[in-house]
Design a protein around this ligand. Sequence first.
Ligand SMILES: Cc1cc2nc3c(=O)[nH]c(=O)nc-3n(C[C@H](O)[C@H](O)[C@H](O)COP(=O)(O)OP(=O)(O)OC[C@H]3O[C@@H](n4cnc5c(N)ncnc54)[C@H](O)[C@@H]3O)c2cc1C
Ligand SMILES: *[C@@H]1O[C@H](CO)[C@@H](O)[C@H](O)[C@H]1NC(C)=O
Ligand SMILES: *[C@@H]1O[C@H](CO)[C@@H](O)[C@H](O)[C@H]1NC(C)=O
Ligand SMILES: *[C@@H]1O[C@H](CO)[C@@H](O)[C@H](O)[C@H]1NC(C)=O
Length: 460
Amino acid sequence: MLMGNLSVFLSVLVFNQCSAYFNVEKRQDCFCQLYGTIDECSCNIDTVDHFNNVRVYPRLKSLLLKDYFRFYKVNLKRPCPFWSDDSKCAMKDCHVQTCPPEEIPEGLKGQRRPSVSAGPSQKYSKRTNEDCETHHNDLDYLNKTISEKVQKDMQMWEAYDDATDNFCVLDENDQEAEYVDLLLNPERYTGYSGESAHRVWTSIYLENCFRPKKSFSFNSYIQSHKLNELCLEERVFYRSVSGLHASINTHLCADYLLGNGNGFALGKTKWGPNLEEFRRRFSPETTNGEGPNWLRNLYFIYLVELRALAKAAPYLEREEFYTGDESNDWDTQMAVKDLLNVIKSFGDHFDETTMFGDTEQAVKLKQEFRQHFRNITRIMDCVGCDKCRLWGKLQTNGLGTALKILFSGKFDRLIDNRSLDSLNKKEFQLQRSEIVSLINAFGRLSNSIYKLDDFRQMMR
Ligand SMILES: Cc1cc2nc3c(=O)[nH]c(=O)nc-3n(C[C@H](O)[C@H](O)[C@H](O)COP(=O)(O)OP(=O)(O)OC[C@H]3O[C@@H](n4cnc5c(N)ncnc54)[C@H](O)[C@@H]3O)c2cc1C
Ligand SMILES: *[C@@H]1O[C@H](CO)[C@@H](O)[C@H](O)[C@H]1NC(C)=O
Ligand SMILES: *[C@@H]1O[C@H](CO)[C@@H](O)[C@H](O)[C@H]1NC(C)=O
Ligand SMILES: *[C@@H]1O[C@H](CO)[C@@H](O)[C@H](O)[C@H]1NC(C)=O
């Protein structure tokens, strides 16, 4: 949609909202059954549903089991750069030390994580009955187990990566970064909530998004009908963040801890969808009408990342996905190519070329956009739950990589596939962790859209 064409934008927005409500009443469907086009894009919700659930989701599901995508290197120890951690009680390590500050050794104050030498099992068994902000802290347990063989493999991967002239600085090259096995630590309900979680979301929305004036309300950070006061780029930013938020909250509802509250010991827990939780988080009645808009934003961010993958396809098709196991690497290459072919075949991609023109103002806006987004990736260091932090970092880095592909300009020439060899390949090299986070982040969005279908069926 063109910038400045606000009346059209507004009417589409209003139309979309109305049709969503209308259908709730008339068809007794789930409020999460959305209709019509996705804001800022020209394609329909049900087109995306079908495309994702039938074609993309099954491919990603098997691709993400591959070693190359399974191990993510991340620093979860960096302290929050923006505020001192008054939310210690929400973190599991505070349960090893005791919560009152006077009992924390002087030298550790101000640092997020006291270094406790006890092994993980001892550490976690001690703190089950603590009465702090979050109740079920075992849910946040991060299993860092990585077999010796894989550890050796990783050294080999790193040596290989170093030999290929990486030049960016990410978590990946951070001394404190560690590999985490994503399959052992699925994103799901952790019980992380309360002040700490709200503070993170609030600072993401209130401090880092461009906002229409006087838009804050107690029910939502931005009321959707005020979005038309923003320019296209600003709306895109907000919708991406909101879509990510919707995706995270959909996951925790779809992979919720079921059972009667006593089964918190590791290994005894049962996980599955929680329709009531989903309803509470997204139904119009409980969200002042905003829930369906948030879900709509989920489709929006899906299209943004989908477009980034299509744009980077000529590059990704040549990536080796090196893990040292030739036949496995070949399988991965084939599976990625297959996925990219499906993605490229999607008819109605998000059109990033309408964003950020060449004017001085637009260049400045782009800079701000980037700064704000980088800031969001830093705010992830303030997430007070290890597992949430892991997936929060992975997903914001994945979105950041998508934005880099779409807007840095470096990838624009890639569309012309013949030029790749003649250009300096280094120029648009992506690091392993960028590729891993991009594909995994997209996998999370794909999974959320797929899970919405489950919720729809449960409601019938
Ligand atoms: C980075 C991060 C990762 C997290 N990962 C997990 C996890 O893996 N597992 C887990 O169980 N919990 C996770 N959480 C916590 C979870 O997101 C919620 O914060 C928590 O469950 C409390 O939910 P809530 O109902 O209070 O509303 P919150 O989700 O905390 O939202 C706060 C307010 O934001 C508004 N809002 C909600 N959704 C949207 C949206 N999509 N768009 C715009 N505005 C919205 C509403 O007004 C709401 O009251 C994570 C939190 C963060 C910050
Ligand atoms: C962590 O994962 C490993 C490998 O699957 C498993 O053997 C171990 O029991 C897990 N640890 C815990 C505490 O669940
Ligand atoms: C980054 O975020 C922090 C915390 O929300 C805020 O204090 C700071 O002003 C932000 N900086 C920029 C450049 O947005
Ligand atoms: C990409 O390469 C294929 C096969 O060589 C060719 O048919 C196609 O036209 C190329 N596309 C572009 C945009 O250059």
